[in-house]
Design a binder for this molecule. Structure first.
Ligand code: NDP
Length: 227
């Protein structure tokens, strides 16, 4: 059996780091994209992972990573990098700097990363997973907490859907995933699940999806989420 290859964009901490760990243990070839490799100390200790400089807010950095990983068709591309931005509990418009940082990371970043690696995924008839959030579900939204983050995740959901429309017919499967409320720097210590369990769940979903699920939006346990 040929060894499978995964590239994770945003693997220095939290859920992305856990994806790198688990796919390495499973024997996959793992490209772990991080914006500051020297600071990714935990990741650097994971055996069998190739750490790549990859800042999703930089077109040059994405092009460099795509060039580096070019020799391998990608069975799986996971776009995991994310930024919460300001915590707001009511309808408070963000300042320019917060808006730019969150939207560049959570929306423009995935657009560019998906575009840069799409041909490699199509070559392997592989899967692109966009780690979004149920906070991007418009039908599920209650209140206005985390306004900017929610808006960015609703936007990236559309990015994923458009990628599914574009690349699905060419052989890739594109799905949007909600990882659960996870104990990471972003999710905080009171979150419901460990990164380990979130990633075990999402790996299971990613193993099961194929062309019939192209364009789907799923919880980490495989339950469909309404847009
Ligand atoms: P963390 O805050 O723990 O980690 C965020 C990760 O994104 C870090 O590895 C960080 O790298 C990386 N990142 C941020 N900006 C960039 C960038 N410009 N280029 C490359 N990498 C970048 O978050 P989580 O692990 O919890 O979240 C991962 C994903 O899951 C996010 O998209 C998030 O929105 C989503 N999510 C998380 C939930 C949770 O409960 N935790 C719930 C729902 C969705 P660096 O170390 O360099 O900062």
């Amino acid at each position: 059996m040929t060894r499978k290859t995964v590239l994770i964009a945003g693997a220095s901490r939290g859920i992305g780091l856990e994806f790198a760990r688990q796919y390495a243990i499973q024997g996959w070839k793992v490209y772990a994209g991080v914006r500051t490799p020297a600071k990714a100390t935990e990741l650097l200790r994971v055996k069998g992972v190739e750490v790549l400089p990859l800042d999703v807010t930089s077109a040059n950095s994405i092009a460099g990573a795509a060039w580096h990983a070019d020799e391998d068709p990608l069975n799986l591309l996971i776009v995991c990098a994310g930024l919460y931005g300001p915590e707001t509990t009511s309808f408070l418009a963000p300042g320019d700097a917060d808006f730019d940082a969150v939207m560049r990371t959570n929306v423009l970043g995935p657009m560019r990363v998906i575009q840069a690696f799409a041909d490699s995924v199509i070559g392997a008839r592989g899967t692109i997973a966009v780690i979004s959030s149920e906070m991007g579900s418009i039908s599920g939204a209650r209140g206005s907490k985390g306004l900017l983050y929610r808006a960015s995740k609703a936007a990236v959901n559309m990015v994923a859907k458009c990628a599914a429309n574009e690349y699905g017919p060419r052989g890739a499967t594109v799905v949007t995933l909600h990882p659960g409320w996870v104990k990471t720097d972003m999710g905080g210590p009171n979150a419901e699940i460990e990164a380990y369990d979130s990633v075990v769940g999402m790996r299971g979903v990613l193993e099961r999806v194929g062309p019939a699920e192209n364009g789907g939006y799923f919880n980490y346990d495989g339950t469909p989420i309404t847009w």
